[in-house]
Design a protein around this ligand. Structure first.
Ligand SMILES: Cc1cc2nc3c(=O)[nH]c(=O)nc-3n(C[C@H](O)[C@H](O)[C@H](O)COP(=O)(O)OP(=O)(O)OC[C@H]3O[C@@H](n4cnc5c(N)ncnc54)[C@H](O)[C@@H]3O)c2cc1C
Length: 317
């Protein structure tokens, strides 16, 4: 069966996945924190590792493009959407293996579910990332990070520090249990940027901590975010747009160029934090891209720095 505007045939995929429900022409905007993005030809909400494995192997055999979507908090989806299958990773499950180890499905929401569950057991390590929208899979892709607790805020904490192992579907189609070294974690980096492996499950080794210390860090980190970051209900966004420039800060450079608060269509360089672009309501991906181009051009011309996007562009623009 040919599809709207393109000639890709999804019959084989639908037959292969049989009982699993595949949705057609689904708008991606509501599945991203930017609330921007056109339709996906096909969408699978994968609730189990087996569904992910079956979908990926069918796509590979049938030569159908696919993209694994988490919480959609670090991407900009194009206005024309995605030709292929979006596999929304909704693999759930949180289980405590012993007093300090927790095993989580890669679709588990770190902010609301995993942090809640571990803090409730008096375990610290993931609590630094409170207030950051993410799934477990997305967190490993980007090596989720935030500043260490106040008052010092002396260093950056990374989720890599508490990862013990993960089960991945490798790009060669093997199921493999890998250790943290496999991911070659760096700042905003893991091997998942360069290999099409998919995380199915992760085990974290945490540290028992007094409830008072956990509560203090959570409270302070939420306060920090409240002061600087947009409230996603009011200002949908994807967090930092450009990569950190060591010791300088992409936001400061954009601000120095007088672009803080600059509006283009329905998108704005956030008035409180110049490294964030917000959707004022009905913004398009094209508008966000134009604002990004403007910031990159202006900072390069006026200050001589190259701004590299941190967010991933997905689909057709
Ligand atoms: C308001 C706001 C504040 C933020 N603050 C921070 C911050 O302080 N620190 C920080 O590090 N980030 C921050 N971010 C960015 C974002 O929250 C993280 O990058 C997050 O980890 C993205 O996870 P996700 O599930 O939304 O991934 P998505 O955006 O859905 O996907 C991102 C990438 O991960 C891949 N992916 C998703 N699931 C899997 C999987 N199971 N296996 C393999 N690959 C997968 C996708 O294919 C894609 O390439 C912020 C974002 C927002 C909106």
């Amino acid at each position: 069966m040919a599809d709207h505007g393109n000639d890709r045939d999804y019959t084989g995929l639908e037959n292969r996945l049989g009982a699993v429900r595949i949705e057609r022409d689904v708008m991606l905007a509501p599945m991203t924190t930017f609330r921007i993005g056109g339709p996906a030809d096909r969408l699978l909400r994968a609730r189990t590792a087996e569904q992910v494995v079956a979908a990926v192997s069918a796509c590979r055999e049938l030569d159908i493009p696919f993209f694994v979507l988490g919480r959609g908090a670090n991407i900009l989806v194009g206005d024309r959407g995605f030709r292929g299958l979006i596999i929304r990773c909704e693999i759930g499950g949180i289980a405590f293996a012993d007093d300090v180890r927790v095993v989580a499905g890669s679709g588990v929401d770190t902010y609301h579910d995993l942090i809640d569950a571990t803090v409730a057991r008096g375990l610290g390590g993931l609590h630094h990332y409170v207030g950051i929208p993410s799934t477990v899979g997305g967190a490993l892709w980007q090596n989720l990070h935030f500043l260490s607790p106040p008052p010092e805020r002396a260093r950056t904490c990374f989720i890599a520090e508490v990862l013990e192992s993960a089960v991945v579907l490798t790009e060669e189609g093997e199921l493999s249990t890998v250790d943290p070294a496999y991911f070659r974690f760096g700042y905003d980096y893991s091997i998942l940027h360069d290999r099409r492996d998919i995380v199915l499950e992760a085990t974290f080794r945490l540290e028992p901590m007094p409830a008072e210390d956990l509560r203090y860090t959570i409270r302070e980190n939420l306060r920090w975010r409240d002061d600087r970051h947009p409230d996603l209900w009011l200002y949908p966004c994807a967090g930092s747009i450009f990569k950190k420039i060591e010791g300088i800060g992409a936001g400061r450079l954009i601000d120095e160029c007088g672009l803080k608060g600059h509006v283009l269509g329905n998108a704005q360089i956030f008035h409180r934090h110049a490294n964030i672009i917000v959707n004022l309501g009905g913004a398009t991906a094209a508008e966000v891209r134009s604002l990004m181009d403007l910031a990159q051009r202006t900072v390069a011309t006026k200050l001589g720095y190259v701004l590299e996007p941190e967010i991933l562009m997905v689909g057709e623009f």
